[in-house]
Write a protein that binds this ligand. Sequence first.
Ligand code: PEP
Ligand code: MN
Length: 457
Amino acid sequence: MNQPDRSLRPVTVASEWAPDSWRARPALQMPAYPDDAALAEVQDELRALPPLVTSWEIMALKQQLAEAQEGKRFLLQGGDCAENFSDCSSEVISNRLKVLLQMSLVLVHGLRIPVIRVGRFAGQYAKPRSADTEVRGDVTLPSYRGDIVNRPEFTADARIPDPRRMIKAHARSAMTMNFVRSLIDGGFADLHHPEYWGLDWVGDSPLAEEYQRMVSGLGDAVRFMETLVGSQIHDLKRVDFYTSHEALLLPYEEAQTRQVPRQWGWFNLSTHFPWIGMRTAALDGAHTEYFRGIRNPVAVKVGPSVTPDQLLRLIDVLNPDDEPGRLGLIHRMGAAHVADKLPPLLDAVKREGRRVLWICDAMHGNTESTSNGYKTRRFHNIRSEIEQSFDIHAAAGTRLGGVHLELTGEDVTECTGGARELTDTDLERAYRSTVDPRLNYEQSLEIAMAIVRKQSQ
Ligand code: PEP
Ligand code: MN
């Protein structure tokens, strides 16, 4: 990954902060571990393990996010709602990487600016839940909180939070990271050969022709540039890939929070770009406290109930020095509410002259249940929220700098609609998510194409 640009301004060290100062605040969504000593032992073990990412990479990403704030880059952030331990396989990882690379190819080609690729993976193992318990018939058990905490089966044993699962999550994250890095270093993402990333589906997809046209257009552009400079452009052989996850499980994040030689302050070295979920973004909450002290770029989900005043105070706490590249605001209002809810927030942030990267999560405000009992999202709502967001930002004089999506490289049927017009009855065919419904590879690519179409109007 690139060396960081040292021109990022120095900022002040968060006062009266420590990796564990969050413990004095109300911590929502935490599992009730049955044994404190076992938890402390796991934390010690985690502290002694090597980190998953480096501070150099983190600062390089921060620089790129700062450029995205200026409109010079576009952020593509995507992956599963939740990873699970059993999906840590070469096929799932490489298919997810392929679809993200294909989307970024479409975006680079269509938007004509570099794309920052951030996976929602290598650590996305903890889930916030709307209730602490799940009731089936006359049985009540603790909710499933993601593979890092407990298991999804509806048995008392499976639902007991087990701190040792954090060690396994760390190992799975490291394996994922290792495989992604190896694929990229081995030339998997070489822009000279976008055909390497072809997925079997392209042949019979309604989107195939448009995609192939873009790929060959890009190949021509690469060859043209190389003819001009007279040699191969080696930078095109590799791309940067960064990781992100919701830093929900604070004992885990705390144990990954470290100081590094020749850098001041603290870094969360379990991921490049952690975010705070909507349910844990309270100003005086434990998660906000934890996030304010780390030097990573951070993001926060902004839902329809956030007021302009609350948002400004949150910005003050998370980015008091207005540091470039530090803060992403991921709005997730839903297609039906974004036109109402977003403009006052954009106006307030603009009025105060705060520097943020606006990102649209077009998934979480658009979740609904079907009559046959599936949690789904309609493709047209997802696309509409993105398209409306571009227009709303343009009208407010702000800039939509990225998108945040739940997607997979697998051929699942979890969201309806899209080029193949999946219906509610298709859902049962390949519904694999244990949490939220994801775009499949084709729908993901179609979203990338829709973004390009929208921006070239
Ligand atoms: C998520 O990103 O999976 C999630 C739970 O989102 P939010 O916090 O926006 O509801
Ligand atoms: Mn989700």
